[in-house]
Design a protein around this ligand. Structure first.
Ligand SMILES: [Zn+2]
Length: 419
């Protein structure tokens, strides 16, 4: 069978040699060592010469809030804590409209596609204030962008469930309408156990995975994760639960944190570090030796947990930064978790690709025969350079179709070097 597209002579950290990949009808149909004059290349519909550049499966953004992205210009004052960020967003939420949410979401989606993102899990606020407006926008965008990016939608009760009566009914409606994941938040409702029971029961009823905002604090006594570990086992949901933030774990003494990290790994709970927000909002109460307020990424990895990273927010009260490039987030994490070795880069790349795919329970994802041809070709032949310099994503393909290409062009003037 002849491929529609061949990408010839690419490099990838998981192959010890330069490789060729052939694609037909959106799937990878062959993958083999690059040999000059490969006969398949001659019959391909389209041939891309990678010339040794890095090819990865599409990048994954596993935790983002599209509905509250790009709010900076709407804020009446800056936010300096998690409480202020929640309050500020709540205030703005009253004026959210479908058009406004759609415009801001599309801005992020397009940036992400240009950055090589082929899959994105977005948390959408569901509560009596905004109702299902954001959710309905996201459902429409999921369908509209189906050929460019895969969106997973988390039904997310940002304001709590018990705290905002009517929220549980709205979550049920969202799940009936097609939400992919049940969301939750451990630091809004007074009764943690009741909140978690609602979330786990909904997940069981609708056979969905769970993605919780958890222990977003630098207070080591905030350990909702212990209840989540217990319930993951009790509900037999090992491998189907993700937790974002989990930063209070980073303030625990090493031995205590180690025990919990092991239990997280045993429960198959995926941990999503959200460093842009966590670094920005945590540690603010420290007047010296400021804690970074991150989840203990190296320790979790050592204990065998699946740890990945997400943007969380793009330019809003929680995080006034962000470019929708997962590798920007990865770089931030690399700096702040001492992950600078050659092997660390491979791990950090896995965290934005195959490890994230595991958390999002993606099927047919990766670089193997039979997988969807969701691919990104970097403008570099060296993995570390590709990562550290966040080089342009030369081509991005979704199911074998080109969805974005970026060329960086710099012109130098007055180049004469005096001697
Ligand atoms: Zn979040």
């Amino acid at each position: 069978m002849e491929p529609d597209l061949i990408i010839r002579c690419f490099s990838n950290p998981h192959f010890g040699t330069l490789m060729d990949v052939g694609i037909r009808d959106g799937k990878i149909i062959y993958l083999q060592e690059h040999l000059p004059g490969n006969p398949n290349a001659l019959s391909a519909g389209q041939l891309i010469e990678a010339n040794g550049r890095v090819l990865l499966p599409g990048l994954i953004e596993p935790h983002i809030h599209l509905d509250k992205a790009f709010l900076l210009n709407l804020m009446t004052k800056d936010a300096f804590s998690i409480e202020q960020a929640i309050a500020s967003t709540l205030e703005l939420k009253h004026s959210f409209t479908s058009t406004d949410i759609e415009t801001r979401s599309i801005q992020v989606i397009q940036q992400a596609i240009a950055n090589g993102v082929t899959h994105m899990r977005c948390h959408v606020e569901i509560d009596p204030i905004v109702g299902l407006i954001g959710f309905e926008v996201m459902l429409a965008l999921k369908e509209r962008y189906f050929n460019q990016i895969t969106l997973q939608i988390v039904a997310f009760p940002q304001e709590g469930i018990a705290k905002q009566p009517g929220t549980e009914e709205l979550l049920i409606q969202a799940l009936q309408l097609g939400a992919d994941v049940v969301g939750g938040i451990t630091y809004q409702d007074a009764d943690l156990q009741a909140h978690l029971s609602t979330v786990f029961n909904l997940a069981k009823t609708f056979n969905k995975s769970i993605d919780l905002h958890v222990d977003f604090s630098d207070d080591p006594s905030m350990l909702a994760i212990l209840s989540i570990i217990r319930m993951t086992h009790a509900y037999e949901m090992q491998g189907r639960v993700s937790v974002g933030h989990l930063t209070s774990l980073g303030s625990l003494p090493y031995e205590e944190a180690q025990v919990i990290c092991t239990a997280i790994a045993e429960a198959g709970i995926h941990v999503m570090s959200l460093p842009a927000t966590d670094l920005y909002l945590n540690g603010r109460g420290d007047d010296h030796r400021h804690r970074r307020g991150l989840t203990p990424v190296p320790l979790l990895l050592e204990q065998g947990a699946n740890v990945i990273y997400g943007s969380n927010n793009i330019q809003n009260p929680f995080t006034p930064f962000g470019t929708a490039d997962p590798l920007d987030t990865g770089m931030l994490l690399a700096h702040t978790t001492y992950m600078g070795s050659k092997q660390d880069v491979v791990t950090l790349i896995e965290m934005a690709t195959t490890r994230a795919a595991k958390a999002l329970e993606l099927e047919n994802y990766g670089l193997y025969i039979g997988a969807d041809a969701d691919l990104v070709l970097f403008e570099s032949t060296n993995l570390r350079s590709a990562f550290y310099e966040r080089v342009p994503r030369r081509y991005v393909w979704k199911r074998g179709q080109l969805v974005a290409s970026t060329v960086k062009q710099t012109t130098f003037y007055n180049e004469q070097v005096s001697s």
